[in-house]
Structure formats: structure tokens, C-alpha cells
Write a protein that binds this ligand. Structure first.
Ligand SMILES: NC(=O)c1ccc[n+]([C@@H]2O[C@H](COP(=O)([O-])OP(=O)(O)OC[C@H]3O[C@@H](n4cnc5c(N)ncnc54)[C@H](O)[C@@H]3O)[C@@H](O)[C@H]2O)c1
Length: 145
């Protein structure tokens, strides 16, 4: 890997101390910013020519999502849309063709979500990816990409 660019808003859930082991590595670049900031995200794609996006920047606390759901919608849904749009537009082979669905080879977008999109398990069992979606909180509903 040539470079790893880490975009994080450092909300109450973010903690740079978790990254002390890699902060001195000159392949690692931290960017303090918001995945909902379309201009910033596109600028980063222009600057770094990413071939891989791993997206796990979220609002993730179920109880908070019940009390204050709006930020779960904007971060987990709109933020994801911004990243997907940027990846698609920068990875298109024919960017001038709005309807083209041909993308560069060797690019990858990995979306991290949660098994809570399938609802709640009892004490045993496991979900399969083919299970019907059945989220039961604003958090899990906003993770059903
Ligand atoms: N932790 C778990 O037990 C668990 C279990 C299953 C699935 N997951 C999934 O893993 C992923 C990551 O979960 P987590 O537990 O690390 O979450 P977390 O809440 O601990 O961390 C979220 C990170 O996202 C950042 N962030 C929040 N809003 C942002 C924004 N608008 N722009 C940029 N950065 C922002 C925060 O600063 C923080 O660093 C999520 O998709 C979650 O659903 C986690």
C-alpha cells in the first residue's frame, strides 16, 4: 500500500489515540473532516487517486439514534451517498457519459455495515446475507445499504 488516507470527523466516538502506532508512518495521512462534505471528498479523490475506499465512518449508538435520529440519516445515509458518488465519478471509464456503468478495473469500495440490519437474534443463531432486512432502530435502518 502506497498511502492510507484516513478521513474522520472525530465526533465523540473518534479517538486519535487509537492510531498512535501508525501516526509516524509516512504512508498514513489523517484528514479531519466530514464524509458529508462533498467538496472535500471530491478534492481528496482528485488529490490521492484512490483505488480503494473502506467506509466505516458512522453514527453507531443505537440509543442515541432513538433519541436523535437525524444525524444518523445525514451521516449514515447522505455521507455514504457522497462517498459512493465520488467513487463512481472518479472511477468511471467514460466520465462524460452519465449513463455508463463501466468502471476502472482494480478499484474497490467496501461498505461496513451491521448484522442489526436483519433485526435481532435470540440467544443463539446467526443471520445469512440472504435474510430479509428488518432493522428496528434508526441506526440499523440507516445502515441498510
Ligand atoms: N463496534 C461494533 O461492535 C460493530 C458491530 C457490528 C458492525 N459495526 C459496524 O462497523 C462500523 C464502524 O463501527 P464503530 O463501532 O467503529 O463506530 P464508532 O461509532 O465507534 O466510530 C465511528 C467513527 O466514525 C467517525 N465519524 C462519525 N461521523 C463522521 C462523519 N460525518 N464524517 C467522518 N467521520 C465520522 C467518528 O469520529 C468515529 O471515528 C459501522 O458501520 C458499524 O455499523 C460495528
Amino acid at each position: 500500500m502506497e498511502k492510507l488516507v484516513h478521513l474522520d470527523l472525530l465526533t465523540y466516538a473518534g479517538n486519535l489515540e487509537n492510531l498512535v502506532d501508525i501516526q509516524e508512518d509516512n504512508r498514513y495521512h489523517f484528514v479531519h473532516g466530514d464524509i458529508r462534505d462533498r467538496e472535500l471528498v471530491n478534492r481528496l479523490f482528485d488529490e490521492y487517486h484512490f483505488d480503494t475506499v473502506v467506509h466505516f465512518a458512522v453514527e453507531s449508538h443505537v440509543d442515541r439514534s432513538i433519541v436523535d435520529p437525524e444525524i444518523f440519516l445525514t451521516t449514515n445515509v447522505i455521507g455514504t451517498q457522497v462517498l459512493l458518488d465520488a467513487a463512481k465519478s472518479h472511477w468511471k471509464i467514460h466520465p462524460e457519459d452519465k449513463y455508463s456503468r463501466e468502471y476502472k478495473p482494480d478499484v474497490r469500495y467496501l461498505q461496513v455495515s451491521t448484522d442489526e440490519v436483519y433485526g435481532a437474534l435470540g440467544k443463539t443463531g446467526m443471520f445469512q446475507e440472504t435474510a430479509p432486512l428488518s432493522p428496528n432502530s434508526p441506526y440499523s435502518a440507516a445502515q441498510t445499504w
